[in-house]
Write a protein that binds this ligand. Sequence first.
Ligand SMILES: [Zn+2]
Length: 61
Amino acid sequence: MSEELRVLCCFCGKDSTFHNSIEITIQCDKNTDEVQAVYAHAKCLNKVLHRSVPRGFEFKT
Ligand SMILES: [Zn+2]
């Protein structure tokens, strides 16, 4: 069986799959390697980023 890993979108709180989501790593303290990973739909990430920020990912509107 190949059950897809389910993740939650950190912006809308809805279900996504690991492969269809974007992984966002948050590094608060740059003196350590500790990061927190969260997941998001590409369309949700696109919505929250300011329009002046270049997009390095594909998204459907
Ligand atoms: Zn979402």
